[in-house]
Design a protein around this ligand. Structure first.
Ligand code: CA
Length: 489
């Protein structure tokens, strides 16, 4: 199916080439012009969650025109394992976005196998925006044998913010039951009990749950806590078997759940508030601060500032053209284009400097979300960066549609940044750790789910888990990893 869709994307290009040739034959002037003009470089890009660009999109067409490229966008669901299949068949695109960083060792294997084109001095020459990214101090540890092989995709947040997951909660439920935002695990437990028992959605029915979760706690005391939540019927039992947030979110949006862990992403938080608000007029979802537990230190773990890479593969006929495209998307012009669209088409810039979004034109364009036409074009995120949700241009765009956006960001940022913990090291990985990681996850899921569901007791089950984990390769992986972390410090 993919092959077919690629072919159908190339068909118009072939047709255009034939037409140009035909035209040139009949007109000497046109022939001269076409000789002086280089043919557009074809670049195929694999990136997650894209729309179908077989339909025309004026933003994509504008990018092609500015970079003298012809782009074919291939897309699929958020699942990195499909890359293994793609690479093994030998039929993979020129540019790929990989989001799992080094977790499964995929990236390192591609480097070793010569699949990736290095971002060396020659490739980066004359490309200032890419050069700037690769000069950032926080990315220097990502070099392999002195070279960069992927463009790190900058996170949504300024450096030093929490990593991926924070606790989100229904503020309107807390308000309805006159509860404060929980500060401790105990208060959180009380809030979940109230969510279950005190009819927070005021429909007169006993039909709400405290929390949905798939995030596994990593220490025994946390496990004991989650097991208690489950025993108290505060966790929606259906959610235990769900393994990704993408699948949990629709359940949360049904409006019968009080809390869930979710990504720290204000584009998502804003959209979720809008979607829930269409059903429940006063609904309000907020990020809450990290909860204080029995230990002295508590907080969300600070993130590494990036998650994932965009790479150029050895399939690219012209790696320089692919790099120049990425450079354009990182430029001020590229960023403004993918945030606001094309002037006088997707937005209007009045003489006074006041911008107005043309929502109808945006709705008709493939790359804008027709459910949220005031947001950025999708080529703004996930190719060269994630939507930088606190940068002035981004906030300015969002405020045009939702004047409360700045306040939403500030209020939630203040809460999630209240308690933070620095991890022992960022972006450290070792071969044994990588090869053990998928087995490790299976062992975690098996034991932790059985403990949470009450099939194993906490102390005995945890001891058995630790032994199993160490015996299955964990001991060696941990030794190698500890050495690597010490070296990184
Ligand atoms: Ca109810």
């Amino acid at each position: 199916m993919r092959v077919q869709s690629v072919l159908s994307r190339y068909a118009p290009i072939l047709l255009a080439i034939l037409m140009l040739t035909g035209c040139a034959a009949g007109s000497p002037d046109a022939a001269d012009d076409s000789l002086h003009q280089q043919a557009a470089q074809e670049i195929s890009i694999y990136s997650f969650d894209r729309h179908d660009y077989t339909q025309p999109d004026r933003v994509l067409a504008y990018i092609e025109q500015q970079t003298n490229t012809k782009l074919s966008m291939l897309t699929g669901a958020w699942d990195d394992s499909q890359f293994d299949v793609l690479i093994n068949t030998g039929d993979y695109p020129d540019v790929l976005t990989i989001v799992d960083s080094d977790k499964y060792g995929r990236f390192n294997k591609w480097v070793t196998d010569g699949v990736l084109v290095p971002f060396d001095d020659e490739l980066l020459e004359g490309l200032p925006h890419l050069q700037e990214v690769f000069q950032r101090p926080e990315y220097q540890s990502l070099r392999i044998n002195g070279q960069f092989y992927g463009l790190p995709l900058q996170d949504e947040f300024p450096a030093g913010s929490p990593g991926q997951f924070v606790m989100t909660m229904r503020q309107d439920w807390l308000d309805a039951l006159q509860l404060p935002i929980p500060q401790t695990l105990e208060q959180f437990h009380e809030a979940l009990l109230a969510f279950r028992d005190q009819d927070p959605d005021a429909d007169g029915q006993h039909n709400t749950y405290g929390i949905i979760t798939h995030s596994l706690p990593e220490v025994k005391e946390a496990l004991r806590y989650v097991r208690q939540l489950y025993a108290d019927r505060l966790i929606d039992p259906d959610s235990i078997s769900i393994n990704t947030n993408v699948k949990l979110r629709p359940k949360f949006l049904e409006g019968k759940i009080g809390a869930m862990f979710d990504t720290l992403n204000y584009e998502e938080l804003y959209k979720r508030n809008q979607q829930l608000g269409r059903m429940v007029p006063n609904a309000k979802i907020i990020d809450i601060p990290a909860l204080q537990g029995p230990n002295e230190q508590w907080g969300y773990s600070v993130g590494s500032g990036f998650w994932g890479y965009t790479v150029i593969t050895d399939k690219a006929d012209n790696p320089k053209a692919a790099a120049a495209l990425l450079d354009y998307l990182l430029s001020a012009e590229g960023k403004k284009l993918t945030l606001f669209g094309i002037p006088d088409v997707h937005y209007t810039d009045a003489a006074s400097g006041e911008l107005t979004l043309n929502l109808e034109a945006r709705r008709q364009e493939v790359g804008f979300d027709d459910d949220f036409p005031g947001g950025p074009h999708e080529l703004n995120w996930g190719l060269v960066q994630w939507s930088p949700m606190t940068e002035p241009d981004y906030v300015a765009l969002r405020n045009l549609e939702e004047p409360g956006y700045s306040a939403l960001v500030k209020e939630n940022m203040d809460r999630v940044n209240r308690y933070l913990i620095e991890p022992a090291a960022y972006s450290v990985s070792t071969p044994k750790w990588i090869s053990f990681s998928s087995n490790s996850e299976l062992i975690y899921a098996d034991y932790f789910n059985r403990i949470i569901l009450g099939e194993l007791d906490v102390d005995g089950g945890f001891e058995e888990f630790v032994q199993k984990w160490l015996d299955s390769g964990g001991a060696e992986a941990m030794r190698e990893m500890s050495d690597a972390i010490r070296a990184a410090q």
